[in-house]
Design a protein around this ligand. Structure first.
Ligand code: IMP
Length: 178
């Protein structure tokens, strides 16, 4: 079946499951940063835009929100391994408590690149919050401090994630088979 805008991805994580897990992550993060605040939430565009919006609103500690854009895949689902910085943060990170908010860790190249690049800017601390991880696909070791779900090696869409820019606005996370 062609993957067009009318395709209905099979549900992997329901809207309710995602909501409950985001609440739990927000509680953990709020506890961890209580007294260490403010948290500098750094969303990785474009896949994390819905996750960071939900997370930011559930945190009970002071936070600011910024975005960075990277590119690792040129088209579809083929990894090139090469990561490029497409859009940088708006203010220096030195002395800030940075929490990277990423949609998914697949091979790990993107998060690895991001951690190395941002550590060099001497933030006060740097941690990672990742909604999904596919452990079977990992190529480079990465540190995920707050993880939503581990998922099987399938291409997932919805809740910000896309397949060729489709399905980002789906309220649930589903699978497609390209
Ligand atoms: P990594 O560098 O291989 O870990 O890939 C990370 C990036 O690849 C993510 O930020 C996503 O943009 C994209 N990606 C990897 N797997 C998926 C998927 O199943 N659905 C949508 N995007 C994905």
């Amino acid at each position: 079946m062609p993957i067009n805008d009318f395709h209905q991805p099979e549900v992997l994580l329901s809207k309710e499951m995602i909501h409950d897990r985001v609440l739990e992550l927000a509680r953990q993060i709020s506890r961890a940063y209580d007294g260490v605040e403010p948290v500098y939430l750094l969303g990785v565009l474009r896949g994390s835009f819905i996750f960071i919006a939900d997370l930011a609103r559930e945190l009970t500690v002071p936070r600011s929100v910024d975005f960075i854009a990277l590119s690792s895949y040129e088209t579809g689902t083929t990894s090139s391994g090469a990561v490029r910085l497409m859009l940088d943060v708006r203010t220096p990170l030195r002395g800030k408590h940075v929490l990277i908010v990423e949609d998914i860790v697949d091979t790990g190249y993107t998060l690895d690149y991001l951690l190395k690049t941002l550590r060099a800017r001497e933030p006060a601390s740097i941690k990672t919050c990742v909604l999904l991880q596919k452990p079977d696909r990992l190529q480079v070791p990465t540190t995920i401090d707050y993880l939503g779900f581990t998922i099987p090696d399938k291409w997932v869409v919805g809740y910000g994630l896309d397949y060729e820019d489709k399905f980002r606005a789906l309220p649930y996370i589903g699978t497609v088979e390209p």
